[in-house]
Design a protein around this ligand. Structure first.
Ligand SMILES: [Zn+2]
Length: 307
């Protein structure tokens, strides 16, 4: 008899433990907002891969120590042009298509966010200075689509990230969007061996990009709605360009990725092999929406999260 009571007690404890565990997995993250910032043509070998980090002083000294860095964040060397789509769909599927200007088939992060959390269009903001990226605000997916798309802005002048920053901060003040996707387009990379004269200009552009990312973080922390309630992810779209042949294979595959905010471990370095497709499900886990159509191997980057 005594033994039976003991067993029942034990199973009760086990059931309780089970619920506690479930809760802690799907429980609350602190951030109510996520910013994903992508530096287009942000070369690994001139930024995080350069031991001096002279072209990215803010990222290296001000942001990386506050967050987690993934030193084995890979791009996909087969696909260079449409990589941004992998970041917002969590899938390589749409990168393979023939007509680049088509809207993707896999739902975007904006659609997951808006449909599952019942959010208005203003809460979801996409801005870029790259005018050619005008097919990323929603997908062709029958369960999602245009009704769940992001509010989109382009700079008037192509590749002008100073203008982008002004527009972004004006929109932040006015609407306080919770999900923000930014593609910075102010840097143009060249083959260092064939066009050495262009490299100095590129380095200046990279320094500007570094400053812009830092200014975005400062704008977040200066706003009471965002301060300490916002996680930021910064990454680039690819390593150095395939046709550049001015760096080794490693610098084509390694991509930079740093994340910071209330849910991200501080001073942590991850050596897990992640790619752009891991961003979408990770943001979904933080903000609490499902991402059912991401690739099978697009897992949440749990080791960088404070849980
Ligand atoms: Zn690019």
């Amino acid at each position: 008899m005594k033994e039976m009571i003991f067993k029942r007690k034990r199973s009760l404890i086990l059931i309780l433990l089970f619920f506690v565990t479930i809760n802690s997995v799907s429980g609350e993250f602190k951030a109510k907002n996520v910013f994903i910032v992508v530096g287009d043509q942000f070369r690994h070998d001139e930024s995080f891969g350069d031991r001096t980090h002279q072209n990215v002083p803010h990222l290296w000294k001000d942001l990386v120590p506050k967050g987690s860095q993934i030193v084995t964040f890979y791009g996909n060397p087969s696909f260079m042009v449409l990589v941004h789509l992998a970041t917002i769909t969590g899938s390589w599927n749409d990168i393979r298509r023939l007509t680049p200007q088509d809207f993707p088939d896999k739902p975007t992060i904006f659609e997951y966010f808006r449909k599952h959390l019942g959010k208005k269009k203003e809460s979801c903001y996409f801005i870029t200075s790259k005018h050619e990226f005008n097919y990323m605000d929603f997908s062709n997916h029958p369960k999602y689509g245009e009704d769940y798309g992001a509010y989109v802005e382009f700079t008037r002048e192509p590749n002008n990230d100073a203008e982008l920053f002004q527009k972004l901060t004006a929109y932040m003040k006015k609407h306080h969007p919770s999900l923000v996707f930014v593609i910075l387009g102010g840097a143009k990379s060249f083959n260092k061996i064939k066009r050495p004269a262009e490299v100095e200009r590129y380095r200046k552009q990279l320094k500007e990009m570094d400053k812009t990312v830092y200014k975005i973080w400062q704008a977040i922390q200066a706003d009471e709605v965002y301060k300490d309630k916002t996680d930021l992810f910064f990454l680039n779209d690819h390593g150095d360009l395939m046709d550049h042949e001015d760096c080794d294979d490693e610098c084509k595959r390694y991509v930079v990725m740093v994340a910071l905010g209330p849910d991200i471990k501080k001073g942590y370095v991850s050596e897990n092999k992640y790619r752009q497709v891991n961003i979408c499900p990770t943001v979904g886990a933080i903000l609490g929406f499902p991402t059912p159509f991401v690739d099978k191997n697009a897992k949440v980057m749990t080791d960088i999260l404070l849980k």
